[in-house]
Design a protein around this ligand. Sequence first.
Ligand code: APR
Ligand code: PHB
Length: 393
Amino acid sequence: MKNTTQVGIIGAGPSGLLLSHLLHLQGIDSVILESRSRQYVEERVRAGVLEQGTVDLLCDSDLGDRLRREGLVHHGIELRFDGRGHRIALSDLTGGRAIWIYGQQEVVKDLINARLAADATIHFEVDEVKLSGIDSTRPVLEYRRDGRDHKLTCDFIAGCDGSHGVSRDSIPAGVLRTYHHVYPFGWLGILAAVAPSTEELIYASHDRGFALHSLRSPEISRLYIQVEPDEDINNWPDDRIWEELSIRMATDDGWTLQSGPVLEKGITPMRSFVVEPMQFGRLFLAGDAAHIVPATGAKGLNLAVHDVHKLAEAFSAWFRAGTNELLEQYSANCLGRVWRVQDFSSFMSLMLHRYSDDDGFRGRLQRAQLNYVCSSQAAARSLAENYVGLPHV
Ligand code: APR
Ligand code: PHB
C-alpha cells in the first residue's frame, strides 16, 4: 500500500478523476480516496450537457473515443412559453461553437477506465478521511480501509469531495468567505426509457412552473419539472409527472410528449454556493467542494472541469519548474469564471421559474425578458455564448 504521493485527491467524482488523469499525463503521481463504491459513482445520474471547451479538453486528453462515438452534438436549444417555441441558434450565434449531450456518469466511467488502465491508485469505500498539516509542506491524509488505518503523506492535497465533503471544513475558521443563495424551488428529474420527443433541449416557462426536456440518447429521455424545494417524491407517481410535463410543455400547434417507463427519479434543490478563496496552504478545492450552481444553466460539471484544468497546470508548473505563481493564482483564476457562471445560471433560473409569491409583477418581467432574448440578436447571442461556454473568462 502506497504511503506517499505527490497529490492526494479526495473524491472520485468528475473533478478528482479528471485531475488525477491530467496529472498523470504530466508525469505527476496521485492517489484518489473515495468514500463510495465504484458502482455507486458510476451509476449516479447527474446532468449531461458538455460545453465545447469541456469536450475539447477531454478529447485533447485522450478521453474522447466513446464521447465522439456516442455523444450528441447540439447546435441550438428551444425556449418555450405562451404556447410557442423559439429557437436559440447556439452555433450560428457563437461562430460555430456547440454543446454535447453525454451523461456525467459516462464521463466518470471513461475516466475510471482510463485511470485504471494506467494502473492508478483509486481507493473506493474508504472511511474517516482526515486532513492534517495542510499549512505545512507535507500534508497528510489519514483514512480507514477494510477495517485498517492508513496514512498518506502528500506534497499537496486536492479537495474534490463535493459539497458535503471533509476538505473544505478542515480549513481553519475565519479563512474562507462563504456566499450562499437558496432558490425557492427544486427540480424533480426523471430518466425515462422513451425516445426524446424533441431533437434539441426545450426550456419551458409556464404559469404552473418550469419544465425541461433533455435527453441522453436516441432511446433515453431526461426530463425535469419545477417543484417545491421540500417536495415529497411520493406525491409524484409517474402518471402525474408525465401529465404535468405535458401541460407545461404544450404548444398551440399540438406538440405531443411521448411517455415511457421511468428508470430513475429524484428531487434536487436549487442553490448557489461559493467559497473564497479556493485554497488554504497546501489544500486546493475544486468542483462542487468550492461551488454549486443551480442546474438551469447546465454548468456544474463544466465549471469543475475548468477548475481541475487550471489546477493541473499549476501543479505541473510546480513539479516541473518549481514555480508557484500559478498555484498562488489558482483561486483567482477560477473565481472569475465561477462568478460569471453563477450570474448566468441565476439569470436563466430567474427568467424561467415561477415564484409562488409572485403578485404578477415578476411574471411580467420574465415575459419581457423571454421576448427580448427571442427577438434581439444581441440578447440571444449573450445567452448563447454563455450557454456554450465563454472561451476566456
Ligand atoms: N471522503 C472521500 N470521498 C468523499 C468524501 C469523503 N469524506 N465526501 C465526499 N466524497 C466523494 C463523493 O462520494 C463523490 O464521489 O467525493 C466525490 C465528489 O464528487 P461530485 O459530488 O460529483 O463533485 P465533483 O467531482 O466536484 O463534480 C462536480 O458533479 O455534482 C455534480 O453538478 C456537479 O456536475 C458537477 C460535478
Ligand atoms: C440534463 O440533461 O440533465 C440537463 C440539461 C440541461 C440542464 C440541466 C440538466 O440545464
